[in-house]
Design a protein around this ligand. Structure first.
Ligand code: SF4
Ligand code: SF4
Length: 294
């Protein structure tokens, strides 16, 4: 199995649109994972059919037993996250602010505080026309998205380990969810765009990826919106010996496809579809080589 993550240094580059199109175009059996758990929207363009879901418990949260509490205020005074509130004559923990450090439990003189698992999301296992999709929903305001990404990847690998390709829609940025996404993958496709922040964030995400040693590929979306910056991206890829596998033009067909909730490649012929088909063919060739040389 080849594990490929589609990522981007910043949001809004068209990463999910390209992942959805690749899920249609890349050959072989595949399993999909949406690791952009903070804004999971791959399901909006590939219409999965839910098979089952299970709760996800992230970090623990403090819970104060109001009967045992003697209202000494120690927990409130020691909580550095201002997560202990005085509500209706009793101390309560605000789970949105609680960071699970357990300091309150240690300072409580009467052991009225316990650390309890908190459900911070759910993991969904669905069926699509191209294979299974593992995706997730993080409770708004909940942390630990890196842990949830790890859980999503684990479920996909365990359920569909015989597949040819594990295709991941990764998160934007360079934080914990990205690191959790790219650890253990064979290749990443970084989707960028010709803007100052696009190039800046491309460099940042490549720096992070280098630590994990996957093969790195780059695709430039909407490349025709700023030819000068696209040239800068190409030069950067050249200097860094990164394979540029695709350039996709700005195309209203993409906007229409997103509105219709389908991959652009399902919407018929268009300049974007044609470019993504070329991108998929190049990527297929590179991934086959990668597989043969392992
Ligand atoms: S576990 Fe830490 S963050 Fe949460 S309420 Fe206790 S002291 Fe505050
Ligand atoms: S430290 Fe314990 S006893 Fe004191 S207010 Fe907090 S929960 Fe209540």
């Amino acid at each position: 199995m080849i594990r490929l993550a589609v990522i981007s240094g910043k949001g809004g580059t068209g990463k999910t649109m390209i992942t959805a199109a690749l899920s249609r175009l890349l050959k072989g059996t595949l399993v999909l994972a949406d690791c952009d758990v903070d804004a999971a929207n791959l399901e909006l363009v590939i219409s999965p059919h839910l098979i089952r879901k299970e709760p996800f418990f992230g970090m623990k949260s403090a819970f104060i037993d109001p009967v045992a509490c003697v209202k000494c205020t120690e927990c409130e005074a020691h909580c550095r996250f201002d997560a202990v509130d005085w509500v209706r004559n009793t101390f309560r923990v605000n789970t949105f602010r609680c960071e699970g450090c357990a300091v309150c439990m240690f300072v409580c003189p009467v052991k009225a505080v316990a650390m309890q698992p908190r459900q911070t999301g759910e993991i969904l296992y669905s069926e699509t026309s191209r294979g299974h999709l593992v995706h997730a929903r993080l409770v708004p305001g909940a942390g630990n998205s890196g842990l949830l990404v790890h859980a999503v990847k684990k479920m996909a690998m365990e359920q569909d380990r015989a597949c040819d390709l594990f295709l991941i829609d990764g998160p934007p940025g360079t934080g914990c969810p990205l690191i959790s996404t790219i650890s253990g993958v064979d290749a990443v496709l970084v989707v960028t765009e010709p803007s100052v922040s696009g190039l800046h964030d491309l460099k940042r995400v490549v720096t992070v990826c280098r630590q994990f040693r996957p093969r790195i590929f780059v695709a430039v979306n909407r490349y025709d919106l700023d030819p000068a910056l696209t040239k800068d991206i190409l030069e950067y890829c050249c200097e860094e010996k990164i394979a540029l596998v695709g350039t996709i033009p700005f195309d209203h067909a993409v906007i229409e496809a997103v509105r219709a909730g389908i991959p652009v490649t399902d919407a018929g012929a268009s300049p974007a579809t044609q470019s993504i088909q070329i991108l998929a063919a190049k990527l297929e060739w590179e991934l086959t080589n990668l597989d043969n040389n392992r």
